[in-house]
Design a protein around this ligand. Structure first.
Ligand code: TXA
Ligand code: MG
Length: 322
């Protein structure tokens, strides 16, 4: 289905228009501090179904419901003491909490993929929060890219993937964090990491006072952790991780002050080896290096501490067999 995609700025009338489209069941891409999200009214099953259609996304993958505040999130989910502590420490911010659905949960079954749990997040971005406040309901929003492709960190990236398939794109410039939120499952007493992301494991463990459990609970009814599709976040070119240097015909994606052995197409995630800067640059640079004639993108070794865990996770999915 073809739609006319409106390109909106972030002024008050644009925010009101974006919220109006959402309330009417439309699909609106908007910036968050992590990546651009493709939003739909999470309480409207038809609208949520439109997200899957626009993205070409497999139905079984549940979506994150975005909310304007922790107070509102408490109506949707049941927070254990640990979950509440995390919400208080890090919301608004790049953290998603998977919690049991509350009795008052209004998120549609299609957004939760029929699970008893719901993924909730309060984003830390003025535009996202203004849209959420004006909408007055949970907004389901996966990353605003075609399914399996690299996530979008600018409105132009969103347009390349989704123009003509959605109702509007709100242009709030480049996103700050650059990788998606960290997802934690808080279903029992355990807190487990389902997806590394924009909030580091170190910061989470410090706030909790104990170490994160590994992987999903294994109760059997949880979908395998997020993005379990091994190939994900993928550019067209092949990706080769932990490379010492580029081979002929490869583009080079560096990190730190290392040389790039004569590759003609190159970029550097952070010349100063700053992992926060590298996360912010990751998806834009993968898109920029993914040019005709480039068979593969060789990527320098990235350390695995801090945001390096999320960067390595996305790169290994981009490198996975398709
Ligand atoms: O930063 C982000 O998280 C971005 C921005 C737009 O907020 N959103 C995002 O959404 O990355 P998405 O749909 O690409 O990733 C959400 C992940 C999915 O891979 C899904 O498996 C997981 O969250 N998820 C959602 N609900 C879940 C649940 N009830 N249990 C386990 N995993 C869940
Ligand atoms: Mg995504």
């Amino acid at each position: 289905m073809t739609r006319i995609t409106r390109h909106l700025d972030t002024g008050p009338s644009a925010i009101a228009e974006a919220a109006g489209l959402l309330v009417q069941g439309g699909l609106v891409a908007f910036p968050t501090e992590t990546v651009y999200g493709l939003g739909a009214d999470a309480t409207n099953g038809r609208a949520v179904a439109g997200i899957y259609e626009a993205k070409g996304r497999p139905r079984f993958n549940p979506l994150i419901a975005h909310l304007a505040s922790f107070e509102f999130a408490r109506e949707q989910g049941a927070f254990s003491p640990a979950a509440a502590r995390l919400a208080e420490a890090f919301w608004p911010g790049p953290l998603t909490l998977v919690v049991p659905k509350a009795a008052t949960c209004t998120v549609s079954e299609i957004a939760t993929a029929g699970l008893d749990s719901v993924a909730l997040r309060v984003p830390d971005h003025g535009v996202a929060r203004a849209i959420l406040a004006a909408t007055g309901r949970p907004v389901a929003a996966p990353s605003a890219n075609r399914s399996g492709h690299v996530s979008a960190t600018t409105a132009a990236h969103v347009a390349v993937d989704l123009d003509g398939r959605i109702d509007a794109i709100v242009d709030g410039g480049s996103t700050q964090v650059g990788v998606e939120s960290t997802i934690l499952s808080c279903l029992g007493d355990r807190v487990a990491m389902l997806r590394p992301g924009g909030l580091s494991r170190e910061a989470i463990e410090k706030a909790l006072g104990f170490a994160l459990a590994e992987g999903p609970e294994g109760s059997g009814d949880e979908p395998l952790a997020p993005g379990m599709l091994a190939s994900h976040y993928a550019p067209r070119a092949q990706v080769r991780l932990d490379a010492e240097g580029p081979r002929p015909g490869e583009a080079w994606l560096g990190f730190g002050g290392d040389g790039h052995g004569g590759a003609t197409v190159t970029a550097n995630l952070s010349t100063t080896s700053d992992l926060t800067e590298a996360a912010a640059n990751l998806f834009g640079m993968l898109r920029a290096l993914d040019r005709p004639g480039i068979a593969a993108i060789a990527v320098a070794p990235i350390p695995s501490h801090g945001l390096g865990e999320a960067i390595r996770d996305r790169l290994s999915r981009a490198a996975a067999e398709r």
